[in-house]
Design a protein around this ligand. Structure first.
Ligand SMILES: [Cu+2]
Length: 122
């Protein structure tokens, strides 16, 4: 009888230890999974260039987002910011730029300076 109770107690201790161990293992696994997402793989957002406008003209995105400008207009345009420039984007072509750092990035079309846009990286 006493032996049975002792065995049962040991069994309970072992089960508790296994449960706690499993919980820690799962926690560690989940943490590793999050850490494995590379910083360079952010999401993407598209801006359509049409009728001499950037649509949307103002776009808020999280850090590390790739912006894709797609020219669906009948004429060439550029996406030109401070220190960065797409060059002429022909009809149907795209220009991509990934914004890593927080900040406000205003840009314009060099050919049509009235065309302006802004990327706000939060
Ligand atoms: Cu233009």
């Amino acid at each position: 009888m006493i032996f049975d109770m002792k065995n049962r107690l040991i069994l309970i201790i072992v089960l508790v230890a296994l449960t706690v161990g499993a919980a820690f293992a799962i926690q560690k696994f989940n943490k590793n999974e999050v850490n494995q997402v590379p910083l360079t793989e952010g999401s993407e957002q598209k801006i359509i260039i049409m009728n001499f406008k950037f649509d949307p003209a103002v776009l808020k995105v999280p850090r590390n987002t790739k912006i894709i400008w797609q020219n669906e207009d009948a004429v060439n345009h550029t996406v030109t910011g401070e220190g960065w420039d797409s060059g002429e984007i022909i009809c149907g072509a795209i220009f991509e730029k990934t914004f890593i750092e927080k900040g406000s990035y205003s840009y314009r079309c060099d050919i049509h300076p009235d065309m302006t846009g802004e990327i706000i990286v939060e």
